[in-house]
Design a protein around this ligand. Structure first.
Ligand code: FES
Length: 573
């Protein structure tokens, strides 16, 4: 390699004697059985995230081996290293609380260890955002590999995939139309392979967004986790990482305002997860790029929904891959994209899309002029209940509820919700609006509690959807007429905290508004009595409460965002 990088000589440990530090490092590296010849090569770090608590990363050992093979074949030394791993369903109170911890871990380990480029391997919901946030801040040449989506299971002739079908069966079980014996059988048939949720949930949306940003190799977002092509993609990712050492293309050259808009177009065209907007905002924020909600709405009104996957449509990620995947989708969106954005290979999007398309299955990827919907799947809302914004997935909602005025039925937190939602005495009717307070970033780490269950007595009477609003998030695999991410959140005195049982709330999708129909003076009067919940006294949770930003700022920590300041107003050093 002509421009030989420093490999293991990067960032020598400081003993006050550089030559000794180099001698010591190399002798300890030899203890791992690595030859002198390889120790002289450039180094590709592999941020790996296996965990007994992360089923979505079960294939990690095979992926690390395949990436390493590619790195070695291209003439560099692969050195895998572990970071925090976040398995969505195994974390309490919510994985969201630990995304920033993983991002810090990733950033610091990229910066502290001697490597010339890094391959990031993640998949489950928070892992890819965390890795991209960390890599953007470290700004060393980096490339993302995702673990890939699960393949579907079968039940009585029906395809099943986590986790839209989990929710469908559970709703029917709650309504009494599915027996206990069947729900136990279904439990074993929903998640049947390694990989991430099988639908266009958060993990799949983030995989597509990552490819649209240019941070992953073309065509790799949707390859099923257990397909041999996933291992080939891993090997090619290893080779590409070595090329990145030579090209010196850094995340800051790839993640730009243009590539972020390309990623937003993809989010809207796949009717992706609302969570992805928070994550993309945080990733972009690491490089000082903002996503104004007004611009998001402008993009949404111009971007058609072209992909027909659950939770909105019928297909699964395996269908999207077989239908042509991201290559086919990006070609349809071409008139709307910034074609001069570059990717990890240094190619422009225009160059990539100039190549002929092998195949597209229109059952899952529609033509631009024959969309599923002429407008994007998500919009931002504003109004006196959400002065800093809220998010609404119109593609997953019930159109007959788009213009609703209803009576508020208020739950003041997660414990209150759990205690009363199925109470037969709960005063609730189908056209009421369910309101959850104190489930935002400060109050609760922003769990996926925004998909409030339909009260049991209404579910048993056949009610399938109601307007639900909160400062929480919702799983990307969920659906319903649900207003999320209300900011400012109730716990810091946002107007959501002022809602009382019986107040009238108006949702207008046409006007992109969510309003509390109570006099402003009365709202202010109620908020004057507001007290924030007590803060955790110590440890990471105390840091989180002190520093987490609101959803429109990606829920990043104030001191990690590019333009950030510490909570006390000082600038990061
Ligand atoms: Fe990991 Fe859904 S639980 S992607």
């Amino acid at each position: 390699m002509a421009d030989a990088p420093h490999g293991l000589d990067n960032g020598l440990t400081n003993y006050g004697d550089k030559d000794f530090a180099r001698f010591l490092r190399r002798s300890f590296a030899r203890s791992m059985g690595i030859s002198r010849q390889l120790l002289n090569k450039p180094v590709v770090g592999i941020a790996m995230t296996p965990s007994g608590f992360n089923n979505c990363h079960r294939s990690m050992p095979d992926l690390v081996e395949a990436v390493s093979r590619g790195v070695l074949a291209a003439g560099a030394l692969p050195l895998p290293f572990p970071t925090v791993s976040l398995g969505e369903v195994f974390l309490n109170p919510t994985s969201m609380m630990y995304r920033n911890l993983m991002a810090m871990d990733t950033e610091e380990m990229i910066g502290a260890q001697p490597m010339d480029a890094v391959v990031l391997i993640g998949g489950c919901d928070k892992t890819v955002p965390a890795q991209l946030m960390g890599a953007a801040s470290a700004d060393l040449p980096a490339i993302q590999l995702v673990t890939g989506p699960m393949s579907t299971g079968r039940h009585k002739g029906q395809k099943l995939g986590a986790c839209t079908d989990c929710r469908g069966f559970w709703a029917r079980y709650r309504a009494g139309t599915v027996e206990e014996a069947e729900i136990k059988t279904v439990e074993g048939r929903l998640a049947v392979t390694a990989g991430t949720c099988a639908v266009m949930g958060t993990a799949s949306t983030m995989a597509c967004i990552t490819e649209a940003l240019g941070m992953a190799l073309p065509g790799t977002a949707a390859i099923p986790a257990v397909h041999s092509d996933r291992l080939v993609a891993a090997e090619e990712t290893g080779r590409a990482a070595v090329q990145l050492i030579q090209s010196r293309i850094k995340p800051s050259a790839i993640i730009t305002e243009k590539s972020v808009e390309n990623a937003l177009r993809v989010l809207l065209a796949v009717s992706g997860s609302t969570n992805a907007l928070v994550h993309l905002t945080a990733i972009a924020g690491r490089l000082g790029i903002r996503i104004p909600l007004a611009r998001f709405n402008q993009l949404s009104d111009e971007t058609p929904v072209l992909v027909d996957l659950k939770p909105v449509g019928d297909g699964y990620m395996e269908d999207f891959h077989a239908a042509g995947g991201m290559g086919a989708l990006l070609r349809e969106l071409k008139p709307l994209l910034h074609l001069d954005a570059i990717d990890v290979e240094g190619r422009t999007l225009g160059e990539r899309l100039a190549e002929p398309l092998e195949w597209v299955d229109r059952a899952f990827i529609r033509a631009f002029d024959n969309p599923i919907s002429p407008v994007g799947g998500l919009i931002a809302l504003s109004g006196n209940l959400a002065p800093d914004g809220a998010v609404f997935k119109r593609a997953a909602a019930t159109p007959s509820l788009f213009e609703t005025e209803g009576r508020a039925v208020v739950f003041n937190g997660l414990a209150d919700l759990a205690a009363r939602i199925d109470d037969p005495a709960l005063d609730v009717a189908p056209n009421d609006i369910l309101v959850l307070q104190n489930a935002g970033p400060h109050a609760a780490g922003m769990p996926e509690a925004g998909y409030l269950p339909i009260p049991k007595k209404l579910a048993q009477a056949g009610v399938k959807d109601m307007v639900r609003i909160s400062d929480a998030r919702m799983s990307g695999t969920a659906f319903g007429t649900i207003v999320l991410h209300i900011a400012p959140e109730a716990a810091i005195g946002g107007p959501l905290a002022a809602v009382r049982n019986g107040d009238i709330i108006r949702l207008s999708v046409a006007q992109k508004r969510i309003d509390l129909l109570v006099e402003n003076a009365e709202i202010q009067n109620r908020l004057a009595d507001h007290r924030p919940p007590p803060a955790p006294a110590r440890g990471y949770k105390a840091l989180y409460r002190h520093s987490v930003l609101q959803a429109p700022e990606g829920c990043d920590f104030d001191f990690l965002a590019k333009t950030g300041v510490f909570g006390d107003g000082t600038m990061p050093k």
